[in-house]
Write a protein that binds this ligand. Structure first.
Ligand code: 6R9
Length: 656
């Protein structure tokens, strides 16, 4: 492993925190010392929440991998996100600065959101939803989506949010797996300048199954957002606007045990069947609130926070709904796509609301890079003081662009690694404390145990690569896979069962300082002539070339080298305007050879206009591997744009 090519580790740019930032930061270096007693540290963080019944036990790890945290304590998650702020006199503080795609806006204060959630909680109870029942939420990014999650939590029921971009089939399988009793949806939402319907998918998901004994859904509660005509099933379908405003706003939040399930969120695994990741209440909310406070440096009195994730993803659960509201933050929520009605829409929103903290994904940053800096430069971004990244490794060049063009060379960047399963951020720089390195997620947070090991679970040590493991239980860890404890053990715990490590499925390296560099999922690691090469490393080299906006690299089987490097590159518009593309393929092959070493030089470079991505923005390399190996392209149903593969195939064959 030590013979690996260390292109990424040659990244020498460093950014120390400014004295001003450090002086006002929530994070301090002494947090790491404070976490030397891990359990005491998390217990202290948990006490920042309101407990109806204080806990006396912190962690029970006597039956691994099934952990309990704060088990004998009782709390109400919604009370922590709403009522306690109102009771503290902060009812007039704006919780949600909502911007619809067509430009309509709503400001919702903590008092108003609390009122809405109380009414909805009463409606849910009237509809027969009890603690422990499952409620599916299939909504666009509108304030009702946040209210729905909180109302379900308030009565101790379990939500399963299904991303609005998922099909009727995906919705049906999630409703069935969870046995949902109620679906909360809307007529539609605005996307790409149009009203995009949602209710028909719910009708299809429910209708196809008839009303046999298997049917669990009793009602569908429908928010009117677009005014589009909807099909209506009397007795089953109910309008939100008929029930919620008319319901009583008196509702006392009852305490529930810390381990009461809070939500199920489905995530794709290596097999076809999505896994219902289960999270519970006290530990999850503790780590959500703590990380949002120290990693995003949230100062709720003054900050305007914006996490661009949809609530259909874990990032939207933890860093739109639960973390920021538990902390009493004021946050922006935007309904639509980043380029509607114009490509500067996000930057217009940053300027309009004076956003101070922006948390987004590398895929978004790279697509803005592709359009060029002139678009963000038309807007005043001087309010920004902290930038965050999540979802994928961020290439050093994208990191630098983010810092320079969006952050005006002022803002710290936190590259945050975590998963649906981890519930909250696990690895990140602490702003104001850590000297940052473009491309590295850097250090485990205080209270988190992490290592990089080989296949046998042995530490690889600094300077080497291997598999990322979490060595200690953490408060917001998944508690299981809904209905499938065996799969939970097999997927995450069996690989290093003797050590009790959680296997994350990510490749990572430790540099000489012990900082973590993520190398992508382990199935994205290539083996070329016996050398382990990471897709991320070669993609970063390609994105470092002036012509390339975005790159995806796959290992295609090759008779001589085992695997060969095949790269798919999207070219910057500014480059195409000024240059011919003749010879660019050879230039890029040579460029990678120069940057990393001859072994990494791609066998093929294909110039394409688009890369295949999931709806959460992760590149689907599996499909590109099919193209690179000349196979029929596999299952494309989870792509955001299912046409993209035929476009790519056309572009690849043309170049042959
Ligand atoms: C939060 C989220 C989890 C997978 C994870 C890893 C990748 C996320 C990353 C990152 C490198 C980062 N990932 N953040 N890789 N650096 N900062 O994205 O959850 O959708 O479950 O994905 O995403 O591969 O294993 P989820």
């Amino acid at each position: 492993m030590s013979s690996q090519i260390d292109h990424l580790l040659n990244e020498t740019r460093r950014f120390a925190p400014s004295a001003d930032f450090a002086a006002a930061a929530n994070a301090h270096a002494d947090l790491y010392d404070a976490a030397a007693d891990r359990e005491a540290f998390w217990a202290e963080q948990a006490r920042n929440l309101h407990w109806h019944t204080p806990f006396t036990r912190t962690l029970d790890w006597s039956n691994p991998p099934f952990a309990t945290w704060f088990e004998d304590g009782e709390l109400n998650v919604a009370y922590n996100c709403l009522d306690r702020h109102v009771e503290a006199g902060l009812g007039d503080r704006v919780a949600l600065l909502w911007e619809g795609e067509p430009g309509d806006e709503r400001r919702v204060t903590y008092a108003e959101l609390t009122d809405e959630v109380k009414r909805l909680a009463n409606v849910l109870t009237e509809l027969g939803i009890d603690a422990g029942d499952r409620v599916a939420i299939y909504l666009p990014m509108i304030p009702e989506a946040v209210a729905a999650m909180l109302a379900v939590a308030r009565i101790g029921a379990i939500h399963s949010v299904v991303f609005g971009g998922f099909s009727a089939d995906s919705l049906r399988s999630r409703i069935d797996d969870a046995g949902a009793k109620l679906v909360i949806t809307s007529d539609g939402g605005y996307r790409k300048g149009k009203a995009s319907p949602l209710k028909p998918a719910v009708d299809q998901a429910l209708g196809d199954r008839g009303h046999g004994p298997q049917e669990t859904v009793e009602h569908v509660l429908v928010v009117k957002r677009t005014g589009t005509e909807v099909n209506w099933e009397d007795g089953r379908d109910l309008w939100w606007h008929d029930l919620v405003p008319a319901a009583s706003a008196d509702h006392v939040a009852q305490p529930f045990p810390a381990e009461n399930p809070l939500f199920i969120l489905y995530t794709s695994g290596t097999t076809g069947k999505p896994k219902g990741i289960l999270h519970t209440s006290g530990g999850y909310l503790t780590q959500a609130a703590f990380t949002n406070k120290v990693v995003h440096d949230l100062h709720p009195e003054t900050d305007v926070y914006w996490c661009t994730a949809d609530i259909g993803w874990i990032t939207g659960h933890t860093y739109v709904t639960y973390g920021p509201l538990a902390n009493g933050a004021t946050q922006v929520i935007y309904e639509g796509t980043p380029d509607t009605p114009h490509p500067g829409r996000w930057w217009e929103i940053v300027a309009k609301y004076g956003v101070t903290i922006l948390y987004t994904a590398p895929t978004a940053i790279r697509s803005f890079m592709k359009l060029g800096r002139s678009i963000p430069e038309q807007h005043d971004l001087s309010s920004l003081r902290l930038l965050g990244s999540v979802g994928e490794p961020i290439n050093p060049e994208a990191w630098m662009w983010y810092r320079h063009v969006i952050g005006g060379d002022r803002t710290p960047i936190v590259d945050t690694w975590w998963q649906t399963e981890t519930g909250a951020i696990m690895v990140s720089a602490l702003p104001g404390v850590t000297e940052t390195k473009p491309g590295s997620a850097q250090v485990p947070l205080p209270g988190i145990g992490l290592d990089v090991v080989d296949d046998q679970g042995q530490e690889v040590g600094n300077g080497n690569g291997g598999l990322l493991v979490l060595t200690e239980p953490w408060p917001s860890m998944l508690r299981g896979i809904w209905g499938d404890p065996d799969r939970f053990k097999e997927t995450y715990w069996d690989k290093f069962a003797d050590k009790g490590y959680y296997f994350a499925g990510d490749g990572a390296r430790l540099d000489e300082d012990g900082d973590v560099w993520f190398l992508g999922r382990v199935d994205d690691v290539m083996n070329v002539s016996g050398h382990r090469l990471s897709t991320t490393e070669i993609e970063s080299a390609l994105v470092g070339n002036e012509a390339v906006a975005e790159a995806a690299v796959v290992g295609a089987s090759d008779e001589t080298t085992g695997q060969a490097v095949v790269a798919f590159c999207v070219i910057k518009e500014s480059y195409m305007k000024a240059n011919s593309l003749d010879g660019l393929v050879d230039t890029l092959r040579a460029w990678v050879g120069d940057q990393i070493g001859p072994i990494a030089r791609p066998r093929d470079v294909y110039i394409v206009t688009e890369l295949p991505k999931t709806r959460s923005g992760k590149i689907m390399r599996r499909l590109l591997r099919d193209v690179a190996e000349g196979r029929e392209v596999g299952d494309t149903t989870t792509l955001a744009d299912t046409m993209v593969m035929s476009t790519i195939k056309g572009q690849v064959t043309k170049k042959d």
